[in-house]
Design a protein around this ligand. Sequence first.
Ligand SMILES: [Zn+2]
Length: 314
Amino acid sequence: MSQLILALDFGGTKFAAALTDNRDSWIGKELLPAPAPASAQADYAGMLAMARKLLAGRQAAAIGVSFGGPVDAARNTVILSHHVQGWEQVPLGAWLQRDLGAPAAIDNDANAGALGEYTYGAGQNCSSVFYITVSTGVGGGLVADGRVWHGADGMAGEIGHMQVDPAGPLCLCGKHGCVERLASGPYMAADARAQMTAGSALWELCAGDAAQITGQLVAAAANRGDEVAMRLIERSATALGRGIGNTANILNPQRFVVGGGVTKAGSRWWQVLQAAARATALPEITVDIAPAQLIDDAPLWGAVALARAAVTSN
Ligand SMILES: [Zn+2]
């Protein structure tokens, strides 16, 4: 029996909504920049309008939601947003049930991405997958035997704040040398701005204006042989590789799936990542690291899996 599933993704900079009745394609998909000025009410109204447009009067069998912030998945409630006021303890699942008349299951974006890759992407046919997204931040999620492992406080999978260099630079969380502080795009860009020298490839690429440097630009400069950029790219891959190796030692998942903008940094980044993970993990552990397949759609497909599970359990 075909069932209409509505998938919603509340991302940091953009929102997405999509509709499917199968395993591999969308019937329709809508994108929206996150509303400004930001508020939970504006976020919700924008998302609801997209959902109603997609449904065009049809009834969804279930709704899955990926939310860019901590959630209480068991209660389908948002705990808060780090970027937008008003999301504190919002019963988002109940709101959607009220407004769209279908059961809704929610999880945070890293867990939804993990479930998406596990069910429909690079983690298919694996019994356990640890998913990592490396872009503006570093998020992670573990799926084992079809279920997300949330942990006692709903905080499991936070590989971004695993400390891999205690002598390293200060992270936003107050510790030094976290994976996120060393591996994420904005932090690489910030360090490149501080270390750039006049006349270098980095300097040429940003036309001497350090404010223009992004993570992408650092990768481009590294590929042109810029020494500062190459060092930062290697440091990023080494930090994440150590994080993966340590995680392998604790959890021994069948596969690591890695996605996000920083993974497009080039083949050198991937080589260093694999070598650092291999050097950190115990020799008995197979370290299988695969690039994400669903790319930007991983949280949406994870939302589909959440919704299907909700229908089954009802
Ligand atoms: Zn940190």
